[in-house]
Design a binder for this molecule. Sequence first.
Ligand code: SAH
Length: 340
Amino acid sequence: MESIYNMTFDKLNIYFHDLGEKSYRTRQLFDWLYIKRIKSFKEITNMKKEVIERLEKDFYFDALEIKAKEEAPLVIKYLLKFKDNNTIEAVLMKHDYGNSLCISSEVGCNMACSFCESGRIKKIRNVTSGEMVLQILKIEEDLKLRISHVVIMGIGEPFDNYDNVCNFVEIVNNNYGINIGSRHITISTCGIVPKIYEFSKFPYQVNLAISLHAPNETLRSKLMPINKVYNLDSLMEAIKSYLKENNRRVTFEYIMLNEVNDTEELALELANLIKGMNAYVNLIPYNETNNIGYKRSSKERIMKFYDTLKKNNVNVTIRREFGGNISAACGQLKTVKEAP
Ligand code: SAH
């Protein structure tokens, strides 16, 4: 048995075709699942009994439970529990352009970035595509609103769970279903180089963000162990190849760690590193966490870094802050271990 929410439109087409059913069955089923939001195949009224029984045999309705919910102005953090009792977090942010949901792609994370809370618990398992879909369905249902944007920036490294993440994009982008525009979906990676090449060929115009955080090998290796596997040089090459292949812009995320990566020399090095690329830099004020030594750069240091980049023709923005007071911000999300 498979979760029905794991099924892409194309896979369901094949499924119905194999049953000898017309292809419009897929559209009908997507409508029941994602427009009408049924919770059981019994609710379907426009398919023959035999088809419904067959669906019941082959698929189940996976579900998520809301274990906790914390609210601050414009942001709501959810602790969500899967059927196997593993938990993850998702964060809803209300922007003026719509509602954006930050979802988790893995239970735990193996990337072990030194500044990030999410990696404190090693990866337990992948989040399935259906469970990513359910993060949207559950929170839309809970808040009675429509999510217009999705960022895969919660717990986990999306390119360490590549196939599920791509399937997820296919499912939520489909215009018979949840219909979130591909340009409203952002995948953020710490730099799994082979997957960046693979992603260059992915036929959906999804935004790509790269967690850069340092403009040279030594510093990046110190902050992010992944740099010892795929170094900065190979990462930049992969991104250039991605940009050549796609007519898209990439975002470089750069957290501002006080007196670690926020000096003027490093700003110049960063400007030089990305010179001529169709890219922009998003400076992220570091969210301090309980158990780590890093401090957030002062406003002055952030502004100076920003100005240096600007002067050197880098497109740069400073990320608006969300959810710091409820530990819902970048790098503060974590899997909690609990007895079932
Ligand atoms: N693994 C992916 C997805 C997580 S995205 C990735 O690394 O891109 C989470 C973003 O928040 C990343 O850019 C991450 O580096 C950043 N981040 C981690 N800890 C943070 C913290 N304490 N404050 C601010 N940003 C943080």
